[in-house]
Design a protein around this ligand. Structure first.
Ligand code: ZN
Ligand code: ZN
Length: 458
């Protein structure tokens, strides 16, 4: 049975946390450098189990499916090609290589079938690879390397069978072919080079139960095939019997490839095969918070978000998340005590509309609330005076009472005068503030500004 991630319902789960009882995808776990074989739970930090092994029941129960697979309409020509070429070639030992040429499409398809089925995401969409898989040069290299061990067993075994001893030929074939799927798996996992063969045996021991099914299909398929051909030789013309042998070889090849593909789908991840698992893209901390949020562990997220705010790189989004978490967890007091710092962050980031929302929210709870710091008030008023002139006036108007020593008082009142004159048409009121600036400030630039404003407003 296939499991999906608890927190990404459309994504296949690769992990299971026995502590939390959760199936999780690659995004929802902590794995070192994206490892697909080891990971920890982001909630409880315990080792996770991989869900790949033992999925979908024993393979021998699906044997009929593997035997039917080569009869898919798209693959039938592959069977026919080998059958026809084998039937047309005269029965001479020197002609054996020619008869083998008919197997080329089967070898190419066998490789493509394994590659397709080892990739669960692709195999769900397409059951059989198209003929364009034969145009893949790297694929041919792999296909040839996979054909090599099979032919090196089948050809000597065939010669023994025909010219030396039937039982010896059968035995050599059965024993040798038992190992062939391991070489195929090695090429698929390790890549198309002869060195990959060295790893073949590890796949037998890594998945012994599933491998046994593949090995037996290879051996027993050979024995049955030989038996069928022997009967065919007796009851039909020789060329026709040769055709049967060709078709059976293609059938053997494709059914075994289909089975090996499924073994790769089950165990490939643990063998390091790239199965198109999406690497976790977001930073670990972000993913941890997401999982904790999904699991309703708000307190934990609150704690880590609160910590992140003390870092230099904290953004308005971090503050917004923190504010929302305080709201969700019902910590109104904390939320209110954070408001000035939050407001300051938004002013620094020029997030004016957000700042306005926060300001109105605070003023709803405490009518007349304003940030205490005069420089914050001035900066805020500068940012919002166009969209909220009334609020800007409220921020600036009594600064000289509350903060008579504020060094930028002159700038603040110039701005206030400008708002009053230009946005409310209160030139008289504005003039009062201009006079204040004139009387209080010695700064030449400010005085010039006063003169400019007066000239502009007539
Ligand atoms: Zn997930
Ligand atoms: Zn867990």
């Amino acid at each position: 049975m296939k499991h999906y991630c608890k927190y990404h319902p459309g994504t296949e789960a690769l992990w299971y946390c026995s502590h939390d009882g959760l199936h999780l995808c690659q995004q929802c776990v902590e794995s070192r450098e994206g490892s697909l074989t080891e990971a920890r739970c982001l909630l409880c930090n315990q080792e996770l189990q991989s869900t790949a092994q033992g999925q979908g029941g024993p393979l021998w129960r699906q044997l009929d499916r593997y035997l039917r697979y080569p009869f898919a309409p798209l693959l039938l020509p592959v069977l026919l090609v080998w059958a026809l070429l084998a039937a047309l070639v005269p029965p001479l030992p020197v002609m054996v290589p020619v008869a083998l040429l008919g197997g080329l499409p089967a070898w190419g398809f066998g490789r493509a079938v394994m590659a397709l089925r080892s990739h669960p995401g692709k195999a769900r969409k397409i059951a059989v690879p198209g003929w364009d898989c034969l145009s893949d040069m790297a694929g041919w290299r792999a296909a040839m390397l996979q054909a090599l061990p099979a032919l090196m067993v089948m050809m000597p075994a065939g010669f023994m069978l025909v010219w030396v001893s039937v039982s010896a030929g059968l035995l050599i074939g059965a024993l040798g072919l038992f190992l062939v799927p391991a070489f195929w798996l090695a090429i698929q996992v390790q890549g198309a080079q002869p060195g990959s063969f060295a790893a073949a045996l590890t796949y037998i021991f890594s998945a012994p139960r599933d491998y046994l099914v593949a090995g037996l299909l290879a051996s027993v398929g050979w024995l049955l095939g030989v038996a069928l051909v022997a009967v065919a030789v007796d009851v039909m013309p020789l060329s026709l019997a040769q055709g049967v042998a060709g078709a059976l070889a293609a059938l053997w090849w494709l059914a075994l490839a289909c089975l090996c593909g499924d073994i790769l789908a089950r165990h490939g991840r643990l063998w390091g095969l790239d199965q198109g698992v999406r690497k976790a893209s977001a930073p670990l901390e972000e993913r941890r918070q997401w999982v904790q949020l999904c699991a309703g562990r708000f307190d934990k997220v609150l704690l880590s978000t609160g910590k992140s705010l003390t870092h230099k790189g904290a953004t308005v989004a971090d503050w917004q998340r923190y504010d929302r978490l305080l709201e969700i967890t019902g910590r109104e007091d904390e939320r209110r005590s954070q408001a000035p710092a939050y407001l300051e962050k938004m002013v620094l980031a020029c997030a004016w509309s957000e700042a306005l929302v926060l300001l109105s929210r605070e003023r709803e709870i405490t009518p007349g609330w304003l940030p205490a710091s005069p420089s914050l008030r001035l900066a805020l008023a500068r940012g919002i005076h166009e969209q909220a002139p009334k609020m800007a006036v409220a921020l600036l108007k009594d600064l000289h009472d509350r903060h008579p020593d504020f060094s930028e008082l002159g700038d603040a009142y110039l701005l206030l005068a400008k708002i009053l004159a230009e946005q409310f048409g209160l030139a008289g009121k504005a003039e009062q503030y201009l006079r204040f600036v004139e009387s209080q400030c010695r700064d030449a630039k400010l005085r010039k500004q006063v003169a400019d404003y007066r000239a502009a407003w007539g």
